[in-house]
Design a protein around this ligand. Sequence first.
Ligand SMILES: [Ca+2]
Ligand SMILES: [Ca+2]
Ligand SMILES: [Ca+2]
Length: 418
Amino acid sequence: MNSTWNFIICICVLVVGIPCVVMGADIWIPDDYGTIVAGVSAAIDGDTVWVRDGTYTGEGNKNILTYGKRITIRSQNGPFNCIIDCENAGRGFACATSEENDTVIQGFTVMNGNPGTYGGGMYFNAASPTVSDCILMNNITLSAGGGIYCNNAAPRIINCMIMENETGAGGGLYCEGSNIETIEIINCTIVGNNAGNQGGGIGAYIAMSSISVKNCIVWNNNNNQIIMDAHTFISVTYSDIQGGWSGTGNIDDNPLFVLGRFGEYYLSQFAAGQGADSPCINAGSDPAADICWNSSTVCLDAFTTRTDNWEDIETVDMGFHYSLPACIRDGDVTLDDQITAGDAQAAFSIVMGTLQPSPEQECAADCNDDGSITAGDAQMIFSKAMGTGECAEPIFTPTPIPTTTPTPMPTTTPTPHL
Ligand SMILES: [Ca+2]
Ligand SMILES: [Ca+2]
Ligand SMILES: [Ca+2]
């Protein structure tokens, strides 16, 4: 149902005196509108703009302004499947019309932003949207806020990866302004950002207002991790800050990042086959099931920090959590991107109960896609290894997000932007 029909029904209900509850419409990109900007322009309060898998480029797919609309703009399948590539001109999103936390940006990678000034990936001016499950990487800009810039804004930023952005001050994130509600940064990994002047990870210059950093990892940013002025109230808790920061539950220990299917910032753990446990495991503030967004329908117990893609259980781990990979029934039980007799043997071991499979391995082993793992699946996988059979799906080869090295920027001193 489109927005126009919702509006008409709403008016009709109002006429007969029954309270009007707008059931938001779903707008699909590119099905209903060819670009994200066109879809957002058509949306009204309560709508959801869904963006299908793909890499989006060009004028209609960046500099996305929300115009104060209480809408959700989200990818269909998370940030590893939906990439906004700004191609070194412009930025991903901007909110500057008094948006509140019910304007939601969810599940995008925003990369290669270069708008010239303030906010390489996202820009929030007197606006406080929710940004969840997003990756901001390789964005670059003059002045401040390589990844995200906020001025007189109190966004809620949850489960975001802010990596390898570059600017003058606040390489990952820069906030300034005054008399705002609390800026919340929850379960974000802010890593490898570069600020020519100060605040490689986070810069905060907010007068008489507060910023809350919880369950985050702020590591390997240049130069220094967090910088703030004397008038900023900053609360950092249950976070791993390189060089240390005072606050309940904080640590200053190497997070032991390891490479996994979707990126290089998974957490090392014995249980997933690495040689050590990251100090960030189970070191957050609350149960993973209680760190939620999208009206509490999406929580971190459905995401992972482990390379074997077991969901986060019990106390939430610090930092960004990766999406689980799609269930792919390709027979690659050993998860090494090739099908051999060893995969058939591993499937048989699952049947025999001698191998406890990860969720990803369970998917791979169910070769015939009937919902259970039997000796027949092991036989089919053996046939596939011999070249005489096939599983329900061809073997999946992951395509990592391309990374680029940002060109060094001239350093500038940020001017107050009030
Ligand atoms: Ca945990
Ligand atoms: Ca294999
Ligand atoms: Ca089966």
